[in-house]
Design a protein around this ligand. Structure first.
Ligand code: CTP
Length: 400
C-alpha cells in the first residue's frame, strides 16, 4: 500500500514554467490514493489552467481569498488543518522568500503558515537564481523550519541553459515522499536520553569557559530517532538550535554539573542513552559573584574536574540499558576511543577524528567510525550531520 493512500494532500503550485509538470504530479497523487486539493498562486494561472487541475484532482481549485460573486471566502485555516501533508511544486524563488518571511499575500502562503503537517518543497528556477545567495539562504531557513526540500536535479532549463534548477520529475517526487512517509518505527516505545551541545562553566556573572560544539550532531540524532518512534529527552547545553519533532522534550542546562544532575535524574526510565555533548572536563573552583576587574597581574583561575556523566551512567546501567558515547580524538583515535568505551562501560562509541577534513565541532559534515564492545569497527564516509544521524540510528536499531 502506498504511504500516500488516504492522505489529504494540498498541492501548492506557483508561477514557473515547471507548473505544467504539476498536472502529472496531481494525476500521480490521485493514483496513489491521495485526496488532492490544489492551491494556485495568481501567477501559476498564467502557466496552467485551474480547469486542468480541477479535472485531474477531482476537486475544486483554490486560488483567491474571496469569491466576490457569491460573497464567501476560502479559509486558509481550514485548508491548513485539513492537510496531512503539503507539497509546493514548483516552488519559485519568490514564494520561498515569502514563506521564509511570512509574507502572506496569497492563499498558498497563508495556508502554508496555517498548516501543521509535513511540508515538501520542490524548487524550480533558472540556474543563476538557484545559485544566488538569497535563494541558498532561504532554502536553509526553510529546512531549519522543518520543511523537506526536494532538490532540483541538473539538466536542461527552460531558459536554454544547462544546470541545477529544474523541478524534480513527478515520479521522483512521489518516490521521495513515499520513502520519507514510510520511515520504519524501529524505536516505538523506547525512551531515549540524549546529551548535546557544549557546557558553559561560569567564571563570573559575565564570563564562562565553553567550547566550539554547535549541538548539531546531537540534535540531528534526536530528530532521527524521534522520527523512528522514540520518545526523546534531549539535555542540551547552550545552542542556537530548535527541535521540530514533538516527541523531543528539551531540557536546557548550562553547566556540566546541571547536565550531570539532569542526566542522572532521567536515566532510570531510559532504554538508550546517547552522550553526544562536549562536556567541560574542568570547571572553576570559585565562581566570582561580581565581575572580575582588570588588574595588572596575571589572573589565575583554578579549575577542578567535572563529573563524568557517561561514566556515572555506565556504573548505574542495568542489562537492558544501552549507552552510546562519542569520542573526538586527535591521535591514536581507535585505541583511545576503544579504551574510553571500556573505561565508561559503554556499549558503543562513535569516533570522529579531528584529522578527517569535514569532521568536528563547527562543520555541517562528519565522518564517523563506530566501535562496539567486542571491538568490531564499522566505518562510514563523510556525510552531512543529518545523514550521519540516520547512519547511527539505523546502525543501533540493527544491533539492539
Ligand atoms: N562525557 C561525559 N561527561 C564528561 C565528559 C565526557 O558524559 N564530563 C562523555 C561525552 O559526552 C562523550 C564521552 O564521554 O560521549 C567521551 O567524551 P570525551 O570528552 O572524548 O572524553 P573524556 O572522558 O573527557 O576524555 P578526554 O577529554 O581525556 O579525551
Amino acid at each position: 500500500m502506498s504511504a500516500l493512500e488516504g492522505k489529504n494532500v494540498i498541492l501548492g503550485i506557483t508561477g514557473g514554467i515547471a507548473a505544467y509538470k504539476s498536472a502529472f504530479l496531481t494525476r500521480l497523487l490521485v493514483k496513489e490514493g491521495a485526496d488532492v486539493k490544489v492551491i494556485m498562486t495568481p501567477n501559476a494561472k498564467e502557466f496552467i489552467t485551474a480547469l486542468t487541475l480541477a479535472t485531474l484532482s477531482k476537486n475544486i481549485v483554490y486560488s483567491e481569498f474571496f469569491n466576490s460573486q457569491n460573497g464567501d471566502w476560502n479559509s486558509h485555516v481550514d485548508l491548513g488543518l485539513w492537510a496531512d501533508l503539503m507539497i509546493i511544486a514548483p516552488a519559485t524563488a519568490s514564494t520561498m522568500g515569502k514563506m521564509v518571511n511570512g509574507i502572506a499575500d496569497n492563499l498558498l502562503v497563508t495556508s502554508y503558515l496555517s498548516a501543521r503537517c509535513p511540508v515538501y518543497i520542490a524548487p524550480a528556477m533558472d540556474l543563476d537564481m538557484y545559485k544566488h545567495q538569497s535563494t541558498k539562504n532561504n532554502i536553509e531557513i526553510l529546512k531549519s523550519y522543518g520543511n523537506f526540500i526536494i532538490e532540483p536535479p541538473t539538466g536542461e532549463l527552460a531558459s536554454g541553459l544547462d544546470g541545477k534548477g529544474r523541478m524534480e520529475e513527478p515520479e521522483n517526487i512521489i518516490n521521495i515522499i513515499n520513502n520519507s512517509l514510510s520511515v520504519s518505527q524501529n524505536y516505538k516505545g523506547k525512551n531515549v536520553l540524549i546529551t548535546a551541545g557544549p557546557t558553559f562553566e561560569k567564571i563570573d556573572p559575565v564570563r564562562f569557559i565553553g567550547n566550539y560544539s554547535s549541538g548539531k550532531m546531537g540534535y540531528a540524532i534526536a530528530e532521527e530517532i524521534a522520527k523512528q518512534g522514540a520518545k526523546v529527552t534531549l539535555i542540551s547545553g547552550p545552542t542556537s538550535l530548535d527541535v521540530i519533532n514533538k516527541n523531543i522534550n528539551v531540557i536546557n542546562i548550562e553547566s556540566a554539573d546541571q547536565m550531570y544532575k539532569a542526566s542522572v535524574k532521567h536515566f532510570k526510565n531510559t532504554d538508550i542513552a546517547i552522550m553526544v555533548a562536549a562536556v567541560a572536563d574542568f570547571t572553576p573552583i570559585n565562581k566570582a559573584d561580581n565581575k572580575i576587574k582588570r588588574e595588572k597581574d596575571n589572573l589565575k583561575i583554578e579549575l577542578q574536574p567535572t563529573k563524568d556523566i557517561a561514566a556515572e551512567l555506565g556504573k548505574q546501567k542495568n542489562n537492558n540499558q544501552i549507552i552510546v558515547g562519542f569520542a573526538l580524538e586527535t591521535q591514536d583515535e581507535t585505541k583511545n576511543a576503544a579504551s574510553k568505551l571500556k573505561r565508561k562501560n559503554l556499549d558503543f562509541i562513535v569516533l570522529n577524528s579531528l584529522n578527517d577534513i569535514g569532521s568536528g565541532f563547527k562543520t555541517d559534515t562528519n565522518k564517523i567510525t563506530i566501535i562496539d564492545k567486542n571491538n568490531k569497527i564499522t566505518k562510514f564516509g563523510l556525510k552531512s550531520k543529518t545523514d550521519v544521524a540516520v547512519d547511527i540510528v539505523n546502525y543501533l536499531s540493527k544491533k539492539i
